[in-house]
Design a protein around this ligand. Structure first.
Ligand code: MG
Length: 337
C-alpha cells in the first residue's frame, strides 16, 4: 500500500478567538493511501496550540511504512504499530487511520456507519460555534447561524455575560458553552454556571484547567448543568479516569488518533455512564465526514469545522436543517473536488 501526503492550509472565513488565542488559518496535512486502484483519504488538522505542525506531521509520516502490512484490513495490527512509532502526533496518526478506514470502506463498497451497524437516521443535530467577540459581531454571527438548532459559544474571558446576552437578544435557541479551561476559581465558576442555567444553556465544556481536576470534581457535585471534558480527555486511557469528575466527554479524531480509538472511547464512555459529544477542529469535509460516520452513537455533535473554512477540498457529510446528514457513499463518505 502506498502512502502519500501534502501540506494544506485551511483558510478560515472569520478570525477565530477562544479564551487564550486567535487565528485566521489552520495548518493541515492531507494523506492518501492507495492500493488496487482504490484511494483512501485522510487528514490531520493541527491548530498550533495542540503542538503539532506540518513539519512534525511530515517527520512522523516519513516513518510510516504501510508496505510492512500485507493486509490493509488488519487495522488492529496496523494502527497500534503506527501509534508506537512515536509519542504524540495524534493528528498525523488520525490522518492515516482515516485514510485506511476510507480505503477499506471503498474496497467493501459500504460506508462506515453501515459497517458499524449504525442507523443514519439517528445522527444528532450539530451546534454552530461562535468565538469570543464584540456584542455586535456576536449578534451578526448568531443571525448567520440561523440554519443551526444549537449555538455553541466560547467563554472564559471577562465578557462572558455580555456574550450570552448578545446571543439572547437575537435568539432563544439552546446554547452550549465551552470555557476552554478559562475559569480558574471554582466558586466563580459555579456562580457563572448557575447564571448560565437560567439562560437556556445545555452543558458546560471544560470549565476549568485540566490540572484542576479536584476543583472540577467539586464543581460537578454543585453544578446544575452537566460538565463535559475536552482538554481533559484526549485518548481512550483518559476516559477511564473521568468518572466522578465530568458527566461526559468530547471526542475529537485529531486528539484520539482516529476512528478506531474514537469508537472504543464511545463504548467505554457508555459503560461508565458518560455522555458523548463528537467534536472537531477546523477541518475539511474529509475529517468531518469521517467523524460523522460515528455520530449516530453521540448524544451531541459539534461538527461544524468544514463550514468554518473557505477552501474545502471534499464533498462529504452535510448539515441539513442543523442535523448531521450521512450519504450512502462508501468509506468515510467523501469525494475529492
Ligand atoms: Mg472544547
Amino acid at each position: 500500500m502506498i502512502l502519500r501526503y501534502y501540506p494544506y492550509s485551511l483558510e478560515l472565513k472569520h478570525t477565530f478567538n477562544i479564551a487564550n488565542y486567535s487565528r485566521t488559518a489552520t495548518p493541515a496535512m492531507m494523506v492518501e493511501v492507495e492500493q488496487d486502484g482504490v484511494t483512501g483519504y485522510g487528514e490531520a488538522a493541527m491548530p498550533p496550540y495542540l503542538g503539532e505542525s506540518q513539519d512534525t506531521a511530515a517527520t512522523f509520516l516519513r516513518q510510516v511504512d504501510l508496505t510492512r502490512f500485507p493486509d490493509p484490513f488488519q487495522l488492529e495490527e496496523i494502527l497500534p504499530a503506527i501509534d508506537a512509532l512515536a509519542p504524540g502526533n495524534t493528528a498525523a496518526k488520525a490522518a492515516v487511520d482515516i485514510a485506511l478506514h476510507d480505503w477499506i470502506g471503498k474496497k467493501l463498497g459500504a460506508p462506515w456507519h453501515r459497517l458499524w451497524g449504525l442507523n443514519p437516521a439517528k445522527t444528532p443535530v450539530t451546534s454552530f460555534t461562535i468565538g469570543i467577540d464584540t456584542a455586535e459581531v456576536i449578534r451578526q454571527k448568531t443571525r448567520e447561524a440561523a440554519p443551526y438548532k444549537i449555538i455553541k459559544v466560547k467563554l472564559g474571558r471577562d465578557t462572558d455575560r455580555q456574550m450570552i446576552e448578545a446571543i439572547r437578544s437575537v435568539t432563544d435557541k439552546p446554547i452550549t458553552v465551552d470555557a476552554n479551561q478559562g475559569w480558574t476559581d471554582r466558586n466563580e465558576a459555579l456562580k457563572m454556571i448557575e447564571w448560565l442555567a437560567t439562560q437556556g444553556v445545555l452543558f458546560i465544556e471544560q470549565p476549568m484547567p485540566k490540572a484542576q481536576r479536584d476543583d472540577t470534581a467539586w464543581l460537578r457535585t454543585k453544578s446544575p448543568l452537566p460538565l463535559i471534558a475536552d482538554e481533559s480527555c484526549q485518548r481512550l486511557t483518559d476516559v477511564a479516569r473521568l468518572g466522578g469528575v465530568f458527566d461526559g466527554i468530547n471526542i475529537k479524531l485529531m486528539k484520539c488518533t482516529g476512528l478506531r480509538e474514537a469508537h472504543k472511547m464511545i463504548t467505554l464512555a457508555h459503560v461508565l455512564g458518560l455522555k458523548v459529544m463528537l467534536g472537531c477542529m477546523t477541518e475539511t469535509s474529509c475529517a468531518i465526514s469521517a467523524a460523522a460516520q460515528l455520530s449516530p452513537l453521540a448524544d451531541w455533535a459539534d461538527l461544524d469545522g468544514a463550514v468554518l473554512i473557505k477552501n474545502d477540498l471534499f464533498d462529504g457529510a452535510t448539515i441539513v436543517d442543523g442535523k448531521v446528514t450521512l450519504s450512502d457513499r462508501p468509506g468515510i463518505g467523501v469525494v475529492k473536488h
